[in-house]
Design a protein. Structure first.
Ligand SMILES: [Zn+2]
Length: 392
């Protein structure tokens, strides 16, 4: 067992810095300091390289159907929100919105939970990342102040250990706050089909997250591509933890497998400095946004500032150039709010992160807000509500 873990163990993972050009294994603190964002980059980034994944299929009609359903969804959701506003179960520990205000439910579509104190430890985060290296569970997240109560979350894997998929699913079994889980399975691995079969039996399991090497492997065909098709066959989806240099690859992949829903994490991990957005990233995002099966998470903003110790700017203007690009590229139907907590906590409070998104989307109108904080997550992941506050 130990030996098994060893194979997958990699020092860094999510907390490692994401180098825009090429990701390497290992957490180099100098590299981390100088660069940016992705505190994420999970272990599989490094594992996947060797024999990973790949890609896809096609059939636009599936997607058209999704689109059609979406409209109906929105209508139904609006009705159910009304119904819900009575004994609104606020899963969050924050203020209880009055029924009269009836704000849309907020789903945080990217959180991480783990426990370094368990006997086997964790492959991530690294011990030296003090703010992260502690037991982090849903109750901790719920206790954080937030501008609007959060009704549920989609948990994203923070470990490439196979049994950690089960660990999160077990956590979810006792906590309906977790509406979905994006797990880790290695595309192209011999045991991928069996593992998928096993975990997908649990409806909370909504897909997997892959990195740039897996994207390339999938584009090369073979087992990785076949495995993406297996996900699509089950109506599951893929989170893409990549940087700007992968934008053309993910656009290709989205075209190659149009019936597979894919989502770019953290606005593709662009560095954010308050100035006009990088033009090549902007072109890449626009091109990616032309693929109707590609969604984008509005997350990783404060991380993109690379200002640690809670020093990320709290005003929307600093992030606006990047948000405007994302809005133009993906629009109101394919942007999904997420905090990336606890990673975001290195740069800003969870309340700040949520407030930034609420401020930006409020400018786009109530309908857009509702979609980005709730409906798009539901359309993309197709999670099923597990508590009244999460909709009908
Ligand atoms: Zn994350």
């Amino acid at each position: 067992m130990k030996r098994n873990f060893q194979m997958h163990r990699r020092p860094s993972s999510e907390l490692r810095v994401f180098s825009p050009s090429r990701e390497k294994g290992g957490l180099d603190s100098r590299e981390a300091a100088k660069s940016r964002r992705e505190l994420e980059v999970a272990p599989h980034f490094f594992l996947a390289g060797r024999g990973s994944p790949l890609a896809s299929i096609a059939s636009p009609e599936n997607f058209m159907r999704t689109k059609f359903n979406r409209r109906e969804f929105t209508r139904k959701a609006a009705l159910s929100a009304l119904a819900l506003s009575l004994p609104r179960v606020v899963a969050d520990a924050t203020t209880t919105a009055s029924a009269a205000e009836s704000p849309p439910p907020v789903i945080d579509s990217h959180t991480h939970f783990y426990d370094p104190t368990r006997p086997q430890g964790v492959p991530w985060p690294p011990r030296q990342e003090k703010l992260l290296y502690r037991k982090v569970l849903p109750a901790d997240y719920r206790a954080l102040p937030k501008p609007t109560p959060v009704a549920g979350t989609v948990v994203v894997e923070a470990s490439a250990w196979i049994e950690d998929n089960q660990w999160i699913l077990d956590l979810a079994a006792n906590d309906p706050f977790i509406v979905g889980f994006v797990g880790h399975l290695t595309l192209g691995a011999d045991d991928f089909p069996a593992n998928l079969e096993r975990f997908a039996r649990n409806p909370v399991f909504r897909g997997i997250r892959i990195g740039p090497d897996a994207v390339k492997a999938a584009l090369a065909g073979g087992a990785p591509m076949r495995h993406l098709h297996l996900l699509a066959d089950r109506d599951l989806c893929v989170d893409l933890l990549v940087g700007p240099e992968s934008l053309s690859d993910i656009a290709k992949l989205a075209s190659a497998v149009p019936r597979l829903r894919m989502l770019v994490d953290h606005v593709c991990n662009i560095r954010i400095d308050g100035r006009p957005a990088d033009t090549s990233w902007e072109r890449g995002m626009q091109s990616a946004g032309e693929r109707p099966n590609l969604f984008c998470k509005v997350s990783g903003l404060v991380e993109g500032s690379d200002r640690r110790d809670g020093k990320a700017p709290t005003g929307i203007e600093f992030y606006r150039p990047v948000l405007d690009v994302v809005w133009q590229a993906f629009g109101a139907d394919r942007l999904v709010y997420a905090s990336n907590w606890p990673v975001c906590g290195i740069f800003a409070s969870c309340a700040t992160v949520q407030t930034l998104a609420e401020t930006y989307f409020a400018e786009k109108g109530a309908a857009a807000s509702r979609k980005c904080f709730y409906q798009n997550s539901r359309n993309f992941y197709k999670w099923t509500p597990r508590a009244p506050a999460q909709g009908a």
